[in-house]
Write a protein that binds this ligand. Structure first.
Ligand code: PMP
Length: 315
């Protein structure tokens, strides 16, 4: 198991900076027993000029609040204060390149009734790469994402991750690196902890919002595509369509942008280094470290870039 903390680690817990080893949590809590809690996964990076920057901090803390409200959990915090607290926890732990995990959890309550208060903890640990640099062998999972008629799928809620864990462990047990889940209608949805895009004939495609977590990295990739003149289409796509793609990648706060080698036993034919995914992987790294966007930095792959006009002419 990874080591997330040691005897010196500081967490922010309900307004106080305390040692991780001394913070206490109630064993009779609704969150631990029933999974009704919400959290975020955020990254901080050392920027090119040496500062520590939390990437899209406001978007993440806004989503935390929306997730809590979707779960009927009291939420009395303001994003600005939590962002200040997060920078302070990073400073106290002497971290720049870090993963940040805020968790909002309920008090002791074994019933299903509403709570009148919530707790918050912000944990940070050093972060390298999540899924690694190599291309992933992905399995189309027998598990589907939770049906939005039964869950508030747009919320980043603790209990939803039982589904993610089942799918990810199943893929790994079968010798793959990661799972790809479909939605309840069989359309491709997302990975256990990341959204996905695929490339076909110079255009990127990604599942529409509705049955997936609305990823902040997904939104960043779409923003970068607009800046780089890459066409993106959102829609409903089948596994069979995906297997005809030229290339594919996952994107998420922890995964960043990571390419796929294959889906099931179907290899993607386009060399990753010549794919739009590779261009976006570099553009994303530049964005999080505040390196200004310079298309000439985006390796040889940008030669393959097709402008919106060129695509429009062809279609
Ligand atoms: N889908 C799921 C199920 C996730 O857990 C994550 C990670 N938060 C994502 C997508 C990607 O979201 P983000 O880009 O906001 O990290």
């Amino acid at each position: 198991m990874a080591s997330y903390y040691n005897e010196n680690t500081i967490v922010y817990h309900n307004g106080k900076y305390v040692k991780a080893t001394e913070a206490k949590v109630d064993l009779y809590g609704q969150t631990m027993h029933y999974g009704l809690g919400v959290f975020e996964g955020i990254r901080s990076y050392k920027t090119v000029d040496g500062h520590t920057r939390i990437f899209k901090a406001v978007e993440h803390y806004d989503r935390l609040k929306n997730s809590a409200e979707a779960m009927n959990m009291p939420y009395d915090w303001h994003a600005v204060d939590l962002i200040d607290a997060t920078y302070e926890v990073l400073r106290q732990n002497n971290l720049q390149d870090a993963y940040i995990r805020p968790l909002v959890y309920g008090p002791a309550n074994m019933s299903f009734n509403l709570n009148t208060e919530s707790n918050i903890v912000i944990e940070v640990w050093e972060m390298g790469k999540f899924l690694g640099d190599k291309l992933l062998r992905v399995l189309s999972s027998p598990f589907q994402r939770p049906n939005p008629a039964g869950f508030k799928i747009e919320a980043k809620a603790c209990g939803h991750y039982v589904n993610s864990i089942l799918a990810s462990q199943d893929a790994k047990a079968k010798g793959y690196d990661e799972a790809l889940l479909t939605d309840m209608n069989g359309f491709i949805a997302e990975g256990p902890g990341a959204n996905m895009f695929f490339e076909k004939d110079g255009v990127l495609y990604t599942p529409s919002l509705g049955n997936i977590l609305p990823g902040i990295t997904r939104a960043t990739v779409i923003e970068l595509c607009a800046e780089l003149n890459i066409n993106v289409a959102e829609g409903q796509f089948t596994i069979e369509q995906l297997k005809q793609a030229d290339a594919a990648f996952f994107c998420g706060t922890a995964a960043e942008v990571i390419g796929w080698e294959s889906l099931d036993e179907t290899k993607f034919p386009l060399d990753w280094n010549k794919s739009l995914g590779r261009v976006l992987q570099q553009a994303y790294k530049d964005r999080v470290t505040e390196q200004p966007l310079a298309p000439e930095r985006l390796n040889g792959a940008n030669k393959g870039l097709k402008s919106k006009e060129a695509i429009a002419e062809r279609s």
